[in-house]
Design a protein around this ligand. Sequence first.
Ligand code: MBD
Ligand code: FE
Length: 284
Amino acid sequence: MTTTTDTNPKAADSGASATARFRSDKASGVADTPKERVDLLAGEVIEAVTATVRRHKVTYDEYNALKSWLISVGEDGEWPLFLDVWVEHAVEEVATEHREGNKGAIEGPFYVPNAPEQGADGTIPMREDEHGTELVWTGQVTSVDGSALGGAVVELWHADSDGYYSQFAPGLPEWNLRGTFTTDDEGRFAITTIRPAPYQIPTDGACGKLIAAAGWHAWRPAHLHVKVSAPGHELLTAQLYFPGDEHNDDDIASAVKPELMLAPTTTDSGETVDYGFVLDPTRD
Ligand code: MBD
Ligand code: FE
C-alpha cells in the first residue's frame, strides 16, 4: 500500500499549520481590546445571531448542528481559514479605505515572514521541475507623489500548479514559491516565477462541510500574494489575479478587485507582465 500523504494533503494538516502560524506571528488577546469596544462589537454580533434565530425560527436540530460544526472548526484547526475566507475581506476594506495608492486585498491564512532574499532581479525558490508556465513580472514601487522607492521590499508567496502552499501542505521544499525581493535605486524589481493554478480551499475539513451543506463551491481564482513595504509608508498587502479566470466573479473569499489584474503577454519561454505598486505615506 502506498501512502497518499504527499499527494493528498489533509485539511487537518494545513489547518493545524495555519493555526500554529497565526499563534506565533499575530495572536493578540481580547484583553488588549478596550472594554467599550468588546462590549459594543461582541454585543452586536450576538444580537445579529439571535435576530437570525428569531427571523427564521431556528430549530433545536439546527442549533445543535451549528454547535457541533463550530466545535469541528476548532478541532480541524480551520478558524484561520474560516475567518480569512468569509470575514477578512470586510476588515481589509475598512483598514485601507483611506488609501490613495494601490488597492489591497486580504492576506489569507498562508503567509510566512522572512522568505529567502532574492535581490531586485531574481527567481523565486522553486523545484527544478516546478510545473506551470514561467511568469516574468517586472514593476516599479513608487510613492503616491510619483517618487521611486528604492530599497522597498516585495514579499511574494503563492500556490504551486496543483494549488498547494509550502509549509501548509506536506511534501514541498520549505520555501517553495516564497521569496523576498528588494527594489533597486529606481524602485524596480524583476521576478521570475510560475503562474499558479486556481485554488480550491480544503474540502475535507469543517469549512468543506459547510460549503457542501450549503451547496456553495470552494474555489478561489488563481492568485499571487504580495506584501510591499518601504520606510515611511503603509504596508500594502495585496493579491494579483489573471483576466479570464472562471472564478474572478465568484471568489469564495470575495477578494478580487479590478485594479489587481495582471494581464501577461506570451514570450518564447512563457509569459511576462509589468505591474507596479503605489504606496501611501504613513499618516501621522
Ligand atoms: C488561500 O490561498 C487564500 O488566499 C485565502 C484567502 C483563503 C484560503 C486559501
Ligand atoms: Fe492564497
